[in-house]
Design a protein around this ligand. Structure first.
Ligand SMILES: Cc1cc2nc3c(=O)[nH]c(=O)nc-3n(C[C@H](O)[C@H](O)[C@H](O)COP(=O)(O)OP(=O)(O)OC[C@H]3O[C@@H](n4cnc5c(N)ncnc54)[C@H](O)[C@@H]3O)c2cc1C
Length: 555
């Protein structure tokens, strides 16, 4: 399939044509759930429109632990079906997006007196591999005390009884969303970011479209659609209330926070699953380039999804938990590079403890036909999408008698950039053309086969081959590529979700913000004011985030 632009110009053209069209399906919410639905529906031939109030993936889908996993800890809750399904999805996603879904070994150490014993972990990892139909990345290994320390020499030795080595996958959540959105676009869907649904339109008592507002201009317009899907994650109940003001809440959102610290400060060599000594919850220490990500918290939250952020208490909990397992680290608040949080859009139910709230999903149709998909996980998005589009297809058949389309091969068609089996061969190709190996590895890891397109921009204009920030892997050409092919519309779109420099650099790469704005300006037809406003908005994002670990002294 030839690559089409996916840029501000694409968005502008869609804003002109869409109000005059009748779509089959309007999907509200461009997180992983909505992006997956738009891709599936467009592949089935439905005329599909996807909108998000912010950037694609702006909500929970860019704030996850970035794991494509069966969910080892769900075995404790006996959620065997979920683990089985998620393990199958892990296999499928490795196949369709090998650049974005990478195998990762996890050490799970056990200590005397910890909530889960060595023997329980042994049984757990056996069952985990069995539920993956013996097709996990690799078979697990049980480890003695010495075996654990050989892999993670800086782990707490006192009371260490052994552990296990098991496998899951790591992903780039925001880029996985983007890959799905772009695939939807390739299949004919119209996908617009920074367009908020402010009301639902009804005709004869049925939801038949929505009123929307463009975040950049404030312009309001309508989109008509036979079926409307509410895929707004933690905002789902708010959207349902636009349809039925008295609708009972479906969700019990819980907040999850992460911190990033320099890998050298913790000294982990790889990924570690641990039980927090504070409350016994399962947590992760995750390598990500030069930083280590520690997460997560899991707390009931009353804050509106727009305002969710990590706070000082979250950061302290994560720092203390990491210190208990890596005692030589002695991490303090000063070591924290970044802190962020998202809301899990979990279904109501389960027990008192947040860990027992079900991770399943549910699709419900309101009396006026609004289809809401709630709950679920990043890992299982493809299944959730297929089931939702089944419901949509049945509604379309009931409305106008059209035949049900066959299910889409979303499990076989690679996501953009994923048309490759051997990533190393791709890296070799770029290095043979003269690219530094670290840069080649970074580009292939982010863009897969499309790394070539970024390399072409660098070759055509040598100035674009320079680094975005000193010593960072990112190239200036990526900003141009992201504007032209990934609909980057703001400085934050580039630095927060498409590069993650925001999460990875102690200075949040603030000095790169004006450079990004300068590169975006000709692509987005910005004048000096728009440039300055986009930089200021990024600096405000940085300031908000830093409150959690560098609180201002009281005046
Ligand atoms: C801390 C944390 C860690 C997690 N880790 C993992 C993990 O490692 N692996 C895993 O599988 N899952 C994980 N999850 C779960 C997973 O991240 C979520 O289930 C998933 O991202 C939810 O995606 P979503 O598309 O449903 O919601 P979101 O990503 O929140 O998307 C909803 C979108 O709707 C948009 N929207 C809202 N209102 C409107 C409106 N009026 N008009 C237009 N658009 C609107 C928002 O802007 C938003 O982009 C984690 C969750 C959290 C919080």
């Amino acid at each position: 399939m030839t690559e089409q632009p996916f840029s501000a110009a694409t968005r502008r053209a869609q804003l002109v044509t869409l109000p005059n069209e009748m779509a089959d399906l309007l999907v509200i919410g461009g997180g992983i759930t909505g992006a997956g639905i738009a891709r599936d529906a467009a592949m089935r031939g439905l005329r599909t429109v996807l909108v998000d109030a912010g950037d694609f993936g702006w909500g929970t889908s860019s704030r996850s632990s970035r794991l494509i996993h069966g969910g080892l800890r769900y075995l404790e809750q006996r959620w065997f079906r979920l683990v089985f399904e998620a393990s199958r999805e892990r296999r499928i996603l490795r196949r369709i997006a090998p650049h974005l879904v990478r195998p990762r070994a996890f050490v799970f150490p056990t200590h005397e007196g910890s909530r889960v014993t060595r023997w329980e972990i042994s049984a757990g990892v056996w069952l985990y591999d069995i539920l993956a139909a013996f097709r996990n990345v690799h078979w697990h290994r049980l480890l003695g005390r010495r075996g654990v320390l050989r892999i993670e020499p800086l782990l707490r030795e006192r009371g260490l009884t052994g552990g296990a080595l098991y496998y899951d996958c790591q992903t780039d959540d925001a880029r996985l969303v983007l890959a799905n959105v772009r695939s939807a676009h390739r299949h004919g869907a119209s996908c617009l970011s920074y367009v908020r649904v402010v009301n639902l339109d009804k005709a004869d008592g049925l939801v038949r479209g929505a009123q929307l507002e463009d975040a950049f201009t404030g312009d309001r317009f309508s989109i008509k659609a036979h079926v409307v899907v509410n895929a707004t994650g933690p905002w789902s109940d708010a959207m349902r209330r636009l349809d039925e003001p008295g609708a009972e809440p479906l969700l019990r959102p819980t907040k999850g926070a992460h911190i990033a610290v320099p890998q050298k400060r913790i000294g982990n060599t790889g990924a570690v699953t641990l039980l927090s000594p504070i409350d016994g919850r399962v947590m992760f220490i995750l390598p990500w380039g030069e930083v280590t990500i520690v997460g997560t918290t899991d707390t009931d939250e009353v804050v509106a999804p727009d305002d969710v952020a990590a706070n000082e208490q979250d950061v302290l909990y994560l720092v203390r938990s990491a210190n208990a397992v890596f005692p030589n680290a002695r991490l303090g608040m000063d070591d924290v590079i970044a802190a962020w949080a998202g809301l899990r859009p979990l279904l109501k139910g389960g027990g008192e403890r947040t860990a027992t709230v079900p991770r399943e999903h549910r699709i419900i149709e309101s009396a006026s036909g609004l289809v809401t998909i709630a709950g679920g996980k990043l890992t299982t998005y493809r299944v959730m999408a297929a089931q939702t589009v089944d419901v949509v297809s049945r509604r379309l058949r009931a409305l106008d008698g059209r035949p049900l389309p066959p299910r889409a091969p979303t499990d076989r068609e690679p996501l953009p950039g994923g048309e490759v089996r051997d990533l190393d061969a791709l890296i070799d190709e770029l290095t043979k053309e003269g690219m530094h190996a670290d840069v080649a590895r970074h580009l292939v890891g982010s863009y897969g086969t499309e790394a070539k397109a970024v390399a072409n921009l660098m070759a055509a204009d040598r100035a674009l081959a320079g680094p975005l920030v000193p010593d960072g892997p990112w190239r200036l050409a990526e900003v141009v590529y992201q504007a032209r092919r990934e609909m980057a519309l703001t400085v934050s779109d580039v630095l927060v979700r498409r590069t993650h420099a925001f999460h990875l650099r102690a200075d949040q790469a603030v000095s790169a913000a004006p450079v990004v704005a300068q590169l975006l300006a000709p692509e987005l037809e910005w004048d000096a004011d728009r440039r300055a406003a986009s930089v200021a908005s990024y600096l405000a994002d940085v300031e908000r985030m830093r409150q959690a670990f560098r609180p201002r002294a009281p005046a």
